[in-house]
Every structure is written in structure tokens, then in C-alpha cells.
Design a protein around this ligand. Structure first.
Ligand code: SAM
Ligand code: DTB
Ligand code: SF4
Length: 319
């Protein structure tokens, strides 16, 4: 769909959007299933990028305990615990600008292999990646790689100046060339305009192939970052974006990522109706808090949703 069409879609009445999104969700997915994923920060803080939202950038002043790259055993222990708690996808995040070949990367490859051998979907987000590195991750058993566009190309340099939009697109291309599923989305509520949100959704849906998973992050305004005082985005605008994402990318997993802690159960329920079908569980995302496990399971139960089994091997699950 071209930008003008996405714009027209975006401005349709909200309930019409939710209705259409819900229909497409039911057509392409088992609509009462929720994918539960767990995140682990395998290397925390000290990142040289200047992403203005991020607690882990050396350019910001967020209070944070820095950590060097975790040991493989520690990571696999956490993956096992996540599996026991019902997670089927385990995502490892590192505060790196890009991946450097060497011992650190070799250790990450061991982690990926270990998680994959446990029967979980293994996912990583490690910053920029070359094609060769992407191939190595694929061979180690990686299911998906997360690398976000974050916002529109126009708004991008208000948020990050140390790498370009094109750098991001290059990594995304390297991931696709290696045959790894792409997890690619953005952040809402960074002070961007409606037009920026439309442009982001347009860009995401025109990636070829489309992302297998689309994380929709709501800005977590971390103290000590330049975005700490950003005014919260209207929750219906967030739901509108989720519905548009579902309509534009009917086969993707639409993943409610950062920001759920401050979003009401009712708004989350509406987001699920609008096609969101994956959440991050566990009390922490990478560095910021997330709803308690019991709260999430309670919400699923109330809504009649059940955790979705892992789908390693097949790209898309039959509805
Ligand atoms: N360093 C790697 C990178 O930037 O690609 C991987 C980790 S990074 C934390 C992954 C994503 O988390 C970012 O692209 C951004 O979309 C999201 N994120 C980080 N901090 C956030 C915040 N405070 N609020 C919402 N989303 C955030
Ligand atoms: C994504 O888009 N959101 C997740 C995942 N990819 C790695 C990360 C959210 C991080 C939120 C801020 C934090 O906890 O530091
Ligand atoms: Fe570094 Fe990623 Fe945070 Fe940007 S979002 S500062 S690249 S950890």
C-alpha cells in the first residue's frame, strides 16, 4: 500500500479499524492464542549509541547497573526458567551498537544454540549485523532477529544521530538474506506526529519480506534520558496503530512490547481485539519493569486467551 493509502486507512473511524483488524486476525491466526516471550539483557549498559529513549546509552544519565556479557550457563538457566513459566520464545538483548566478531559473538552463538536445543524459539537483538554474522546466527539455530526502525525516517534524527536509517535498513536486509525471520517495529509516544506514525507503519509494511513479528513499544520515559518528560501518547492512538499494523501486516505477530506496565487491562484487551497477539512476560523487559507474571496470566484467563505453543520450523501457523 502506498503512503497516501496508509494515511487514509489510519484516519478511518477507530471502531471500524478494530473491526477489520479483528477479522483479519481471526483469518490468519488462531485468534485466542497469545505468544508469550521472555526477554533477557545479556549485556547491559555502556552503549555508544545516542538513542534518546534508552537507559543504556552512555550519552544519557539513567541510573543503571552496567554488566558485561553474561556467561552462557547463566543465560541458559534463565531460558529454562522462562520455559517452565510458559514462555515459548526467548529473546536475548545486548547493549551493543553492532556485533564484533570474536569471543563475545561466539558466546552468543552458544547461547542461541542452547536455547534452540531446549525447543524454544531463539531471538536476539544485538545491534547492527553483517550478512556473515547473520548466517552464523542462523546456523546456530536463531529463529528471529529484532532490529527496529523505531520511527519515521523524517523523525529519526531527532531521536538518534549516531547511526542512520539506512544503517538500520542494511541490517534488516542482512537478516533477510540469511533467511532469519525479522522482528521489526518501533516506539510510539516519543513526541512524533501522527504523520510520523503513519510513515513508520507504511515503511514497516513495505519491507520485503514483511516482518514476521512487529514489536509495538510505547515509550517508557526513563529518568535521566532526554525523553524523560515526554507527554504520554493518547491510548486510543496506540490502539489505532495496533489495528493499522494488523491490517497492513495480517500474517505478522503484533507484539505489545515496552510500556505495558502503565497501560490498563481494558486498553490491553482492546489491543488484543485489534490484533495484538504476543506479549513479553516476566517482571523485567531489558532494564525497565514489566507487569508481574500472575497479572498477565490472570488477564489471559479473564479474556479466554491461552498461551501459544512454539512454532519452530514452520513459518506461519495455520489458522
Ligand atoms: N542495542 C540493540 C538495538 O538498539 O538494536 C538492541 C537493544 S534495544 C534496547 C531494542 C529496542 O528496544 C530499541 O530499538 C527500542 O525500540 C526499544 N526500546 C529501548 N528503550 C526503550 C524505551 N525506553 N521505551 C520503549 N522502547 C524502548
Ligand atoms: C523491542 O522492540 N522491544 C523490546 C525488544 N525489542 C528487545 C525491548 C524493550 C526495551 C524497553 C526498555 C528497557 O527495558 O530497557
Ligand atoms: Fe544502544 Fe540499543 Fe539502547 Fe540504542 S537502543 S542506546 S543501540 S542499547
Amino acid at each position: 500500500m502506498d503512503l497516501q493509502d496508509v494515511k487514509a486507512l489510519y484516519h478511518r473511524p477507530l471502531l471500524d479499524l478494530i473491526f477489520e483488524a479483528a477479522g483479519l486476525h481471526r483469518e490468519h491466526h488462531t485468534h485466542n492464542e497469545m505468544q508469550m516471550c521472555t526477554l533477557l539483557s545479556i549485556k547491559t549498559g555502556g552503549c555508544v549509541e545516542d538513542c534518546k529513549y534508552c537507559s543504556q546509552s552512555i550519552h544519557n544519565n539513567a541510573e543503571l547497573e552496567k554488566e558485561t556479557l553474561l556467561k552462557t550457563d547463566e543465560v541458559l538457566e534463565q531460558a529454562r526458567a522462562a520455559k517452565e513459566a510458559g514462555s515459548t520464545r526467548f529473546c536475548m538483548g545486548a547493549a551493543w551498537r553492532d556485533v564484533k566478531d570474536g569471543r563475545g559473538f561466539d558466546r552468543v552463538l552458544d547461547m542461541v544454540k542452547g536455547v534452540s536445543d531446549m525447543g524454544m524459539e531463539a531471538c536476539c537483538t544485538l545491534g547492527m549485523l553483517t550478512e556473515d554474522q547473520a548466517v552464523k546466527l542462523k546456523e546456530a539455530g536463531l529463529t528471529a532477529y529484532n532490529h527496529n526502525l523505531d520511527t519515521s525516517e523524517e523523525y529519526y534524527d531527532k531521536v538518534i544521530t549516531t547511526r542512520t536509517y539506512q544503517d538500520r535498513l542494511d541490517t534488516i536486509e542482512n537478516v533477510a538474506k540469511a533467511g532469519i525471520s525479522l522482528c521489526c517495529g518501533g516506539i510510539l509516544g516519543m513526541g512524533e506526529s501522527t504523520g510520523d506514525r503513519i510513515a513508520l507503519l507504511h515503511r514497516l509494511s513495505n519491507l520485503d519480506p514483511q516482518p514476521e513479528s512487529v514489536p509495538i513499544n510505547m515509550l517508557v520515559p526513563v529518568e535521566g534520558t532526554p525523553l524523560e518528560d515526554t507527554e504520554a501518547l493518547d491510548i486510543f492512538e496506540w490502539i489505532r496503530c495496533i489495528a493499522v499494523a494488523r491490517i497492513l501486516m495480517p500474517k505478522a505477530m503484533v507484539r505489545l512490547s515496552a510500556g505495558r506496565l502503565t497501560i490498563s487491562r481494558e486498553a490491553q484487551a482492546l489491543a488484543f481485539m485489534a490484533g495484538a497477539n504476543a506479549i513479553f512476560t516476566g517482571e523485567k523487559l531489558l532494564t525497565t519493569p514489566n507487569p508481574e507474571k500472575d497479572e498477565d496470566y490472570n488477564l489471559l484467563e479473564v479474556l479466554g486467551l491461552k498461551p501459544r505453543p512454539p512454532y519452530k520450523g514452520e513459518k506461519q501457523k495455520a489458522a
